[in-house]
Design a protein around this ligand. Structure first.
Ligand code: SAM
Ligand code: SF4
Length: 489
């Protein structure tokens, strides 16, 4: 939804009448209403109120935060970065591992002191952690200064929740257990002008036994392909050249639609959109990756040469306990098939070490898979117990020290292989999408190759968002230094 269209709609809304019962009109009503409250805030402060959103966790949360910023900016906040001086602080939380929760409690504790000096400051919590009833209880009891708590299913109601908070002056808590609703056409403020995430589906049906996502993000719901294509066309018209299609398991996209459509066929539709130069997606569950998808990737001119294919463990015994629905052998066969069809495809993965019952032999099987597949990079995690998941009640015989030792050995192997994989591109010329001015040296810019490797090279701000050819001159293990070369055209 662009600003002009939204303004036209807002002009038709009369705040003296009751709020509409259907979405997204109801939220447009509350955007208009919240503007009135924020205007009063602005008069009180003598300047635009500032909102700071801190995002924990994955790309889904990052995209959700862009939706929250979209609403905040529409109602009159400006986005800031300093929590100490902000008028509104929001933590969009993650709960995938226990660490994620601990981080949020730590940050909240510090914010309490800030709020004591500025009692008008608003503090909101949303995201996956808020879908856990014991978390909400703890916050209600021990963090009474929090003004808003809402979950993953109703972020589209943000303007309504803000209006309610201003109107009532009391804490607003609104958590939904689940939803089938997908609300389209709400404002979104992108972090990057040239690239964007696009949700193609929400939730997850896979119930891997270690994972809390299905409990906090609900059942799988696919967006209609027409809505996805329309959104991407609008993004392209607004200067976006790279999109990342987002879902917990994009390979099962479309199975729940009235007229089912495979992910591969959706990709074909997205490929046709003018202006989009690069297509990424994540995450691909190995059990659902079809031959049709491999064919589409092989022939596509836009799908990036990078596939994230989480293996989690190399032991078929552990994979069974994890409820991953594939074996070591079928995974290796799939990885081999992809590499045979598309030899320059970079493969990356997620690995969990120390799943309950994992033995040294199981771990050795994971090491074997790593050596055989030769991942370009891997995210490695120590298993974290999540209350309510089936694995939480499984016995773990391995000690913490043993698990840490396995983790260190795994990480070392992963790093050696990724450095070797990275070095393959030395001396080649690659197309790079420039993302930012380098954080440490402002004579350099930083961009990404199709296979997701980072490259730093001499350049300035004007290159951001452009695709340029770069010769990769120095391999630094996990990234390159390069030199921009002019295209003959
Ligand atoms: N849907 C994606 C998939 O199936 O690959 C992954 C989503 S999850 C946000 C990202 C990664 O977190 C998973 O692939 C897994 O490796 C890791 N993870 C999930 N639950 C975990 C747990 N309880 N302990 C450690 N790592 C976990
Ligand atoms: Fe979690 Fe498994 Fe769903 Fe991924 S596929 S979000 S790991 S339950």
């Amino acid at each position: 939804m662009n600003t002009e269209n939204l303004e036209t709609i807002l002009n038709t809304i009369d705040l003296r009448s009751e709020p509409p019962g259907t979405e997204p009109m109801r939220q447009y009503y509350f955007i208009k209403k919240a503007r009135e409250f924020v205007k009063t805030e602005k008069e009180r402060l003598g300047c635009d109120p500032v909102a700071v959103i801190t995002t924990f966790g994955c790309q889904m949360n990052a995209r959700d935060s862009e939706k929250l910023v979209g609403i905040l900016e529409q109602i009159g906040y400006v986005e800031g970065t300093d929590e100490q001086t902000a008028d509104f602080v929001i933590f969009n939380t993650c709960t995938i591992r226990e660490n994620a929760n601990l981080k949020v409690y730590g940050r909240l504790g510090r914010l309490n002191k800030v709020k004591r000096n500025n009692p008008q400051m608003l503090i909101g919590l949303c995201g996956c952690m808020m879908q856990e009833p014991e978390v909400v209880e703890k916050i209600k009891k021990s963090y009474r200064f929090v003004d808003f708590i809402f979950g993953t299913h109703n972020i589209f109601k943000f303007a309504e929740l803000i209006s309610t908070r201003f109107e009532s002056g009391t804490r607003v808590i609104d958590i939904w257990q689940d939803t089938n609703e997908i609300v389209e056409d709400l404002p979104v403020e992108r972090k990057f002008s040239f690239k964007s995430g696009v949700n193609i589906m929400f939730g997850c049906n896979n119930y891997c036994t270690y994972c809390i996502v299905p409990y906090v993000r609900g059942r799988e719901r696919s967006r209609n392909p027409e809505d996805i294509v329309r959104e991407i066309k609008e993004l392209a018209a607004d200067g976006v050249v790279e999109i990342m299609l987002l879902g917990q398991n994009v390979n099962s996209y479309g199975k729940d639609l009235e007229q089912p459509l495979s992910f591969a066929r959706l990709l074909n539709e997205v490929e046709k959109i003018d202006g989009i130069r690069r297509i990424r997606f994540m995450t691909s569950h190995p059990k659902d990756l079809s031959d049709e998808l491999i064919e589409v990737m092989k022939h596509s001119k836009k799908i990036c040469r990078h596939l994230h294919l989480p293996v989690q463990s190399g032991s078929s015994r552990v994979l069974k306990k994890m409820n991953r629905q594939y074996t070591k052998e079928s995974y290796l066969e799939l990885a081999g098939k992809i590499k045979a069809a598309i030899p320059d495809m970079s493969l990356t993965t997620d690995i969990i070490v120390g799943f309950p019952g994992e033995t040294e032999e199981d771990f050795q099987e994971t090491m074997e898979v790593i050596k055989q597949v030769r991942y370009d990079s891997a995210f490695t995690f120590i298993y974290s117990k999540r209350t309510g998941t089936p694995a939480a009640t499984m016995e773990n015989e391995a000690s913490e020290a043993e698990i840490k030792d396995r983790f260190d050995r795994l990480l070392k192997e992963v790093q050696v292989i990724s450095a070797e994989m990275c070095s393959k591109y030395q001396g080649t010329i690659q197309e790079v999408l420039v993302e930012s001015v380098n954080e440490h040296d402002e004579t350099l810019v930083t961009g990404r190759m199709s296979n997701n490797l980072l490259v730093h090279f001499e350049g300035d701000f004007d290159l951001i968002g452009k695709l340029v050819d770069v010769e990769l001159t120095v391999c630094k293990g996990f990234y390159y230094l390069g030199e921009k070369i002019e295209r003959d055209s």
